[in-house]
Design a protein around this ligand. Sequence first.
Ligand code: PGA
Length: 247
Amino acid sequence: MKKKLIAGNWKMNGSLTANDALVRALVTGGAGKGCLVAVCVPAPYLAQVQSLTAGTGIDLGAQDVSQHEVGAFTGEASSAMLRDFGVRYCLVGHSERRQYHGETDAAVAAKAQRALAAGITPVVCVGETLAEREAGLTEEVVKRQLAAVIHTNGHCISEIVVAYEPVWAIGTGKTASTEQAQQVHAVLRTQLRAATPHADKMHILYGGSMNAANAAQLLSQADIDGGLVGGAALKPADFLAIIAAAQ
Ligand code: PGA
């Protein structure tokens, strides 16, 4: 059976001291020994967390990557640079990037392509806003977002991870019900099956207020292969409990 993947998204949180304590607590708690575990850290801490996680089974992730290969793009980091620090996963198209940085579906698809070219697994985030859900547009929105990535990366689409994160559930304490989440995951799986014979081996993560209390039920659903965890990933006991629920 496919191992589940639990990825922490630290967002813009952390410090040298706090990261050290957090990663050491995760290692002591056995993270990385059962299911797949990754931490997606702010770029300045990649080197620190690379050395903290070396040999532990915890994989290193980044939170964004440039859609460009190299050159005059002040402030950006290329996929080759991330690769230099042993980055295994990279979030692309997180709703905060789409919302605050105007990332379009085309830009997200180009970022996924750059990551893949560098041997990094893009974790492609899709999800509807509350207004879109209330207007009955959930399926249309997530299918459009994923279709852009499939269109650009069709030949290696089985190498990506998909994360379904309803925007209204991120950081709000509101979680999609297991039925709501599973329903969208099934839609995404069907879309992937049309694009690749390997869709059933791929990971589709749920994200949005996943916590120690709701993880087991969400992770028991047929098409929920792991979690993308924000707030709870900063608390070792909570993140370890989610990991335990995944193994
Ligand atoms: P949350 O964030 O778990 O704090 O809701 C998830 C995410 O944004 O990836």
